[in-house]
Design a protein around this ligand. Structure first.
Ligand code: SDX
Length: 436
């Protein structure tokens, strides 16, 4: 961050008082007005519900240009990482800020492989859930429960302890995610196979059965690995901001990530991928004309929204959606014309075409986002709908931890504590119950 000579002056027209505030410039994107002196100088808070125009922190991890539809992790464009990198390499990049050399990557992979097991007592923890518990509910609980196994070992002020916690969480998420699926399906849990790379091992733990080792095709592994890369981080989204706020109280990173998983679950955020498939399936099965759904999405009196469309930051095509759209095509081509997911993809393409030509969507700059197509790939791989957001959480774990580590290593870091505009009752006296 550079504190140049640029400033803005705010004048209170009521009192005539003025305050000159510095503008802080970053490497890319808009500058920010440093308002930290505002309350002290003018006695006002700023008001920005949903933080549409508020920078909550300084970060060096991910940059998004919503107008141009640009996304980069540590300066590397997502298109190049999607084409040339792997999820394990992308994890190293997000955590440490640089692409690893061959030795660094091998060492990182082995550290993660050594930490993939979870305490055997976690199996009993799973057995306490209802048979139809949503996998995201199990994920929130299981990741939070890890805090109970590592509580004494965490010193959030020690960088070595923070790195160990990050490695443990990145390593154990595929194991926990696969156990959420296995429990939901009534199938026996699998253990990690360290002979396999991260993504292939996750698919093994998801789909291997006793006596029948599942070996995903290179196309499937590549499709899943790409999905994980594209979902790895996304600046200060709702779940990452949740992890930062929870972690700012010096809470356990396991508890902070459990809070982030809870936030991601919402259909307005990571839960949208599940909602998109349910919407596309309803459209295909109803046989209704697509314009019926587009009209509902435009109707202010109808809560229905075109799931997978719109984004708080992207006012252009989500670059991740463009990449996933192509993978959808390639994967379904491999799976053949009679693949049951083909009608979903065709419906999605048609819906996208109609929406992108409709004035309502054009005027509001509503484009397909990462969730619009990802569900089709998940289904094509054989992932059940209820597991979609669990995989989003698995992928985003490294992003959450990169932001947590960045925040906790800031010597000027403070607990996050927003203020408010109070519009409740003015002070009043208590009334005895016999006088109410
Ligand atoms: C993710 O933040 C991130 O980075 C998130 C994410 C990540 O990687 O972490 O990118 C992942 O969460 C992607 C978004 C997934 N959610 C969905 O696809 C759900 C459907 N989309 C919306 O609910 C909505 O677009 C949001 C929540 C994504 C964004 O909401 P905003 O920024 O608060 O926008 P808004 O609700 O104020 O909408 C602006 C206008 C409104 O109309 P007007 O009141 O101006 O007339 O656009 C309309 C909205 O009604 N609108 C939609 C719409 N999305 C917005 N209308 C119909 N269908 C939609 N999907």
């Amino acid at each position: 961050m550079s504190k140049g000579n640029k400033t803005v002056t705010i004048t209170d027209n009521d009192s005539g008082k003025q305050v000159e505030l510095p503008v802080l410039e970053g490497t890319d994107g808009p500058g920010t007005i440093d308002i930290r002196a505002l309350y002290k100088e003018l006695g006002y808070f700023t008001f920005d519900p949903g933080f549409v125009s508020t920078a909550s922190c300084e970060s060096k991890i991910t940059f998004i240009d919503g107008d141009e539809g640009r996304l980069a992790y540590r300066g590397y464009p997502i298109e190049q990482l999607a084409e040339k990198s792997s999820y394990e390499e992308t994890c190293y990049l997000l955590l440490y800020g640089e692409l690893p050399n061959a030795d660094q990557l091998e060492k990182y992979k082995n550290i993660i492989k050594d930490r993939k097991m979870v305490d055997e007592k976690m199996r009993r923890f799973f057995l306490g859930f209802q048979h139809d518990a949503h996998p995201m509910a199990m994920m929130v609980a299981a990741v939070g429960a890890l805090a109970a196994f590592y509580h004494e070992q965490i010193d959030v002020h020690d960088p070595v302890s923070r790195e160990l916690a990050a490695h443990r969480l990145i390593a154990k998420m595929p194991t926990i995610a696969s156990w959420c699926f296995k429990f939901s399906a009534g199938l026996p849990f699998n253990y990690p196979n360290v002979e396999l790379d991260y993504t292939a091992d996750f698919l093994h733990m998801m789909f291997s059965l006793p006596g029948r080792l599942y070996q995903a095709s290179p196309t499937m592994v590549r499709a899943m690995d790409l999905i994980l890369i594209l979902h790895a981080d996304h600046e200060q989204n709702a779940s990452t901001s949740t992890v930062r706020l929870a972690g700012s109280s010096e809470a356990s990173p396991f508890a902070a990530l459990s809070a982030g998983i809870g936030s991601l679950w919402g259909p307005a955020h990571g839960g949208a991928n599940e909602a998109v498939i349910k919407m596309l399936t309803e459209i295909v099965e109803s046989g209704n004309d697509l314009s019926h759904y587009v009209d509902r999405a435009k109707d202010k009196n109808d809560r229905f929204r075109l799931m997978g469309f719109g984004h708080r930051v992207y006012k252009n095509y989500d670059p991740r959606a463009k990449i996933i759209r192509q993978v959808c095509h390639d994967l379904l081509k491999e799976l053949g014309d009679d693949n049951p997911n083909r009608p979903l993809l065709e419906t999605a393409m048609e819906l996208e075409k109609i929406a992108l030509e409709d004035e309502y969507f054009i005027q509001r700059k509503l484009y397909p986002n990462v969730d619009f197509y990802s569900g089709i790939i998940f289904q094509a791989i054989g992932i059940p709908v209820s597991m979609f957001t669990v995989i989003f959480a698995l992928a985003r774990t490294v992003g959450w931890l990169s932001h947590w580590m960045e925040m906790m290593s800031d010597p000027d870091g403070r607990i996050g504590r927003p203020r408010q505009l109070y519009t409740g009752y003015a002070e009043r006296d208590y009334v005895d119950i016999n006088k109410r």
